[in-house]
Design a protein around this ligand. Structure first.
Ligand code: NAP
Length: 334
């Protein structure tokens, strides 16, 4: 597995990271999640060369962090542990964001909630330091903590050795600039995939310019770009993937277009002796400005498969042909 630095932090992390959102379970991921299977999945990812694991307190209200903590016990030194702060559910501090499983979540980057969140994460993860501590979503009104105040708090935690590097997630370009002006930012996490390419316009170039690691998320479009979400697969009503307004590519007429598009890569999956998911991961990692990509996995086989995507180097002409196919696919029918 190739590794790359997380910005200027000096931390090397595998180019494919294991995304642990699905391991938190809950209605948003549809199926019942089995913690023993989740632990086996994380161990398989590590065995396959993945060192970067991305989780968050909000993933299953602490459950994802707890299973990650159990899975890495005895192997902490092998792991670049990335978690987050900023989605808060203990009380009314912060500003209302959304509901997960019927429980309201607040967006809060207040120093007083961050210090509590960090202690909770350390306990659940069974560690005394976090390698990459990311603000999950920027603060918003009415309880909008100034970015400089949040960053001052994170810098203090870094000085104390509780976190090794700081990252941001889901920020706009101005918010990214303000974060960079206020402290040491090593990474930026945002949605990017063959079907969601807006970051190519400004975010990826800005990250390159500022030597930030980029942790792309949903680069497999929650399974759609593996080619394994067929026309007959249905999702329960709480599952994100049933929300066609949120992700129109899951609409049945778009799904067929995606399946046809992926079928066009058959000569390439044969040439590189890989699966569609692996080719998509390799394409993502080859895009200018992308340093790392997060791939969620629910099962051991998925984790192993996705890890291998980090080893594939696609030749330039093949990359160009893939980019052309992505252009031709265009926009989803809404
Ligand atoms: N910062 C943020 O706001 C934010 C937002 C979203 C995600 N993230 C991070 O990014 C990570 C990745 O995003 P994601 O998990 O939402 O989406 P993803 O990586 O695009 O998709 C993960 C899902 O796709 C399916 N899958 C994965 N590999 C597969 C394979 N090889 N074959 C078949 N199916 C496969 C699995 O779902 P099934 O088993 O159900 O099919 C899996 O749970 C998250 O886990 C999280 O760490 C961060």
């Amino acid at each position: 597995m190739r590794t790359r630095k997380l910005g200027n932090s000096g931390i090397e992390a595998s180019v494919v990271g294991l995304g642990a959102w699905v391991l938190g379970g809950g209605a948003v991921w549809g199926a019942d999640t089995d913690d023993n299977e989740s632990i086996a999945t994380i161990k398989s990812a590590l065995d396959a060369g993945i060192t970067l694991i991305d989780t968050a307190p909000a993933y299953g209200f602490g459950r994802s962090e707890e299973v990650v903590g159990k899975a890495i016990r005895g192997r902490r030194g092998q792991v670049v542990l990335a978690t987050k702060c900023g989605l808060w559910w203990d009380d009314q501090r912060g500003s209302y964001f959304c509901e997960f499983d019927g429980r309201p979540i607040q967006r809060s980057l207040r120093p007083d909630t961050i210090v509590i969140e960090l202690e909770n994460s350390l306990r659940r993860l069974g560690t005394d330091y976090i390698d990459l501590y990311q603000s999950h979503w920027p603060a918003v009104a009415p309880d909008k903590t100034p970015i400089a105040d949040t960053m001052a708090c994170l810098m203090k935690l870094k000085e104390q050795g509780k976190i090794r590097a700081i990252g941001v997630s889901n920020v706009s370009i101005p918010e990214l600039g303000e974060n960079l002006a206020s402290g040491d930012v090593a990474s930026n996490q945002f949605r990017y995939s063959m079907l969601h390419r807006a970051p190519e316009q400004d975010m990826l170039p800005a990250c390159r310019q500022n030597n930030l690691a980029t942790l792309t998320y949903m680069s497999l479009e929650q399974g759609l770009l593996t080619g394994k979400v067929g026309m007959d697969r249905s999702f329960s009503s709480g599952d994100f993937r049933s929300n066609e307004a949120w992700n129109p590519w899951y609409k049945i007429e778009n799904r067929q277009r995606v399946l046809d598009f992926l079928a066009g890569f058959k000569p390439l999956t044969e040439k590189y002796a890989c699966t569609t998911a692996q080719l998509v991961i390799a394409w993502t990692l080859a895009q200018p400005g992308v340093t790392h990509t997060l791939a969620g996995a629910r099962r051991e086989a998925q984790a192993r498969e996705n890890a291998r995507g980090g080893d594939i180097l696609i030749e330039i002409d093949d990359l160009k042909a893939m980019c052309k196919a992505v252009e031709v696919l265009g926009e989803p029918i809404r």
